[in-house]
Design a protein around this ligand. Structure first.
Ligand code: FMN
Ligand SMILES: CCCCCCC(=O)C(=O)O
Length: 352
């Protein structure tokens, strides 16, 4: 079994169809933001405290009312069956085993009901791309609610799909025969329209009005994913969101957006503690998690590392990736003299 996330990526690359590896690994344009996400963590130094008698670190957090054993969530990512035949079921089992939350992508290749059935009692959140057909959007929201999802993560960085040079070069624009975005089925799976699967529409028409519509449509807390501008963070509070999720979509949407961790302090300041702030993008090691939390994140999420675990070793691979991150977070806190993730603050981080 690989021992680092980098080794997991190498193992995944060996196993995956090259076009599928490129889909998972790649980003928009020149991939400047993809690289910036990881590089930004390397540019931040940790400044440990000593002689604090901190004991064994506590890394559990509570998010939107759900206790989470580690502050690393599974970011929503599409098409898990390209990486493993069990697809999102395997990912969900590993996330549940680690005591963390999986955010199920609307573009999952296993239906949200089936993912939920694989992990009874576990906390799942559901990621939504608002569809211009609001009746269809509502049908998806109702499915997520009925499956027991505890929050709706609304991705707002995708008024159009990012232009991903690797996918364009490889001609990768659809799932292979036998795989579908199962949450996009229109109608009762057993009924006459059961085989109709709608395409996911990314629309520049989506606006704050849609967030208001969703607010009225569901009692689920709404997490806005893909906020990068502090002015939008303030607007999000006006529109009643329950959490903000700072993300540049892993560099897959607009290239040259700043690194996610560099965006965090301004968003945290804009929100001023009103709601939790999550962040993803480039997190590969325990110190990255600690740096993001020191800069004000309530928790982080990982996208590609989970895919690498899944492709390299199925459920066990994802479990190992999450376990590595958990161990590294604990170890980093111990070396920093910090007793709990709740005690982290910006004094622990310096530019370097
Ligand atoms: C292969 C892949 C598929 C993704 N699919 C989705 C998705 O369906 N919905 C979404 O909101 N974000 C999606 N994302 C973005 C992730 O949620 C997350 O923002 C990003 O992966 C974080 O960066 P990291 O991969 O460096 O951890 C996807 C990312 C990847 C790599
Ligand atoms: C046509 C399906 C689009 C799925 C979008 C998945 C995604 O967000 C990604 O980054 O890829």
């Amino acid at each position: 079994m690989p021992r680092t996330i980098r080794e997991f990526e190498a193992a995944a690359r060996d196993r995956l169809d090259p076009a599928h590896y490129d889909y998972f690994a790649g980003g928009a344009g020149e991939e400047i933001t993809v690289r910036a996400n990881e590089a930004a963590f390397a540019r931040l130094a940790l400044l440990p405290r000593v002689l604090r008698g901190a004991g064994s670190p506590r890394i559990g957090v509570t998010l939107l009312g759900s206790p989470v054993a580690m502050p690393v969530l599974v970011a929503p990512t599409a098409f898990h069956r390209l990486a493993d035949p069990e697809g999102e079921r395997a990912t969900a089992r590993a996330a549940a085993g680690a005591g963390t939350i999986m955010i199920v992508s609307m573009a999952a290749t296993v239906a949200v009901e089936d993912v939920a059935a694989a992990v009874p009692g576990a906390t799942l959140w559901f990621q939504l791309y608002v569809q211009p057909d609001m009746a269809f959007t509502e049908a998806i929201v109702r499915r997520a609610e009925a499956a027991g999802c505890a929050a709706l993560v609304v991705t707002v960085d995708s008024p159009a799909r990012g232009r991903r040079d690797r996918d364009l070069r490889n001609g990768f624009d659809d799932l292979p025969e036998g795989m579908r975005c199962e949450n996009m089925r229109d109608g009762d799976p057993g009924g006459p329209d059961g085989d109709l699967v709608r395409p996911i529409v990314m629309s520049p028409e989506i606006s704050w009005e849609h967030v208001d519509l969703l607010r009225r449509m569901t009692r689920l807390p709404i997490v806005l994913k893909g906020v990068t501008h502090p002015a939008d963070a303030r607007l999000a509070l006006d529109h009643g969101v329950s959490a903000l999720y700072v993300s540049n979509h892993g560099g897959r949407q607009l290239d040259t957006v700043p690194a996610a961790v560099d965006l965090l302090p301004e968003i945290v300041a804009a929100v001023a503690g009103a709601v939790p702030v999550l962040v993803d993008g480039g997190i590969r090691r325990g110190p990255d998690v600690v740096k993001a939390m020191a800069l004000g994140a309530s928790a982080v999420a990982v996208g590609r590392p989970v895919i690498w675990g899944l492709a390299a070793g199925g459920e066990r691979g994802v479990a190992r990736v999450l376990g590595l991150l958990r161990d590294e977070v604990e170890h980093t806190l111990t070396l920093c003299g910090v007793a709990s993730v709740h005690d982290l603050g910006p004094d622990l981080v310096r530019p370097c």
